[in-house]
Design a protein around this ligand. Structure first.
Ligand code: 5CA
Ligand code: ZN
Length: 415
């Protein structure tokens, strides 16, 4: 396994928190995120990891912070939590960037994963129990693709200059999955997003323009591995299905990532997993909104990035970055501005001064209010407002309140 990062200390709070209700893409409503009856008390989550170049920008950080909040709320509710994340350390965009910059793709991936781990640790984000790079599971992915070929959900597409590639048949239907189950999109929307997000609708020989690549046979000058389906490398969506199935019981409590993954990525990760197991991949498909900067979605391809490491190197307190990101509802699309950081700095100073002389008394009301806000679709902005209101009203800090802010929001106010 790729090494994960160091786990922040998460204090235990008195009593028990509430199982959160969070928004599910498949049902377009709030659903209680609780362990499935087949795994009592075990809440499980798979979150799509980075493609390791141009890490870690504030959009990435906001997405991982949203799922960090979910995990903190689960721990407070008394659940055991199992968390898995991947790193897409082999894919077209990574290879293109390595070629552009004249570096070995392996070195690029390794250095960016290292930077990402450092940034996650700096931001006190709870690490996954398993952090899995795709290059570690190539043969497992190939074996899964082989099963899909055998059960009729995958088919070969000839290539003029290589062996056949393998594609998933998106018309494959099961009780546990059909096209559109997760994304709830209509076909025109699917066609558009598929073209924008890594699909290859114009590839000749496919049964449907939406059908996604499962296995790309070796091309001259591209990395390839020997496998049970020949020499080549995995397509994108299937890596997440295989890594999730390998390390977590299904249905996962939550399958997560940023909203740009709703289609085609999570749709087909769920489809491949269902075609492999006959079961649904997840009970809830949860997505964080997109963080923009200078008018557009913050993205590696546009280059409008604010990097965590650059802010921290410039002297920004990582807790202010957390507070700034937590001040926006995780499901909203929003634009990062310098004002976010200024307000977060002021808030951190006010909270720290307040926390410096806590009373010993337990403050059950405060903890209950905070728990209630967070259980309501991870309302971190509401939780922040609860704390601000307390301070404005002149209420003294308590030991419990200061611990709750640490445990639930990951902001440590005392040394
Ligand atoms: N490796 C794939 C997932 S398997 C991937 O999407 N990588 S990524 O590096 O592009 O993005 C990593 C995570 O950050 C994904 O969950 C993605 O949805 C999220 N993300 C990317 N850009 C933003 C943004 N501007 N705002 C919020 N989240 C973002
Ligand atoms: Zn993924």
């Amino acid at each position: 396994m790729v090494q994960s990062w160091t786990r922040p200390n998460v204090p235990r709070l008195p009593g028990r928190g509430i199982a959160p209700r969070i928004f599910d893409a498949a049902t377009q409503g709030l659903v209680e995120a609780s362990p499935h009856e087949s795994t009592p008390n075990l809440a499980s989550v798979y979150v799509c990891g980075i493609t390791p170049y141009d890490a870690t920008h504030l959009g990435h950080a906001a997405t991982y912070l949203a799922f960090d909040t979910l995990i903190r709320v689960w721990l407070d509710a008394g659940f055991d939590v199992r968390y898995v994340q991947n790193a897409t350390d082999i894919d077209d965009p990574l290879l293109e960037r390595a070629t552009r910059d004249g570096v070995d793709w392996r070195d690029l991936a390794a250095s960016q994963i290292e930077l990402f781990r450092g940034d996650m640790q700096t931001l006190s984000i709870i690490p996954p129990d398993e952090y899995v790079a795709v290059t570690e599971v190539i043969s497992d992915v190939a074996d899964a693709v082989k099963i899909l070929v055998q059960n009729g959900s995958a088919y070969p597409v000839p290539s003029p200059d290589a062996a056949d590639d393998l594609y998933f048949d998106s018309s494959f239907t099961l009780p546990a999955w059909h096209l559109g189950l997760e994304s709830t999109l209509d076909r025109p929307a699917m066609l558009q997003l598929n073209a924008e997000r890594g699909g290859d609708p114009l590839r000749p020989g496919k049964r449907d323009p939406l059908d996604p690549l499962l296995w790309r046979s070796e091309r001259v000058g591209e990395p390839a591995w020997d496998s049970s389906v020949g020499r080549g490398r995995p397509g994108w969506h299937v890596e997440c299905s295989v890594i999730a199935l390998e390390h977590l019981p299904t249905p996962l409590t939550v399958n997560g990532g940023g909203r740009d993954l709703v289609f085609p990525h999570h749709e087909f990760s769920a489809g491949h997993a269902a075609a492999l197991t006959g079961h649904a991949l997840a009970g809830i498909y949860a997505h964080a909104g997109m963080v923009a900067y200078e008018g557009e979605k913050m993205s590696k391809s546009l280059g409008n990035l604010v990097l965590v490491s650059r802010l921290v190197a410039g002297g920004t307190d990582p807790r202010s970055i957390r507070l700034a990101l937590l001040s926006e509802p995780y499901r909203s699309d929003w634009e990062w501005t310098d004002a976010h950081l200024r307000i977060a700095d002021e808030r951190l100073a006010s909270w720290t001064a307040w926390a410096a002389t806590p009373d010993d008394d337990d403050d059950d009301d405060f903890l209950a209010e905070l728990r209630e806000r967070l259980a309501d679709d991870l309302d971190t902005a509401g939780a922040i407002a609860v704390i601000d209101a307390r301070i404005r009203a002149g209420a003294a800090a308590t030991v419990t309140a200061v611990s709750a802010i640490d445990a639930l929001l990951g902001i440590r106010l005392t040394p």
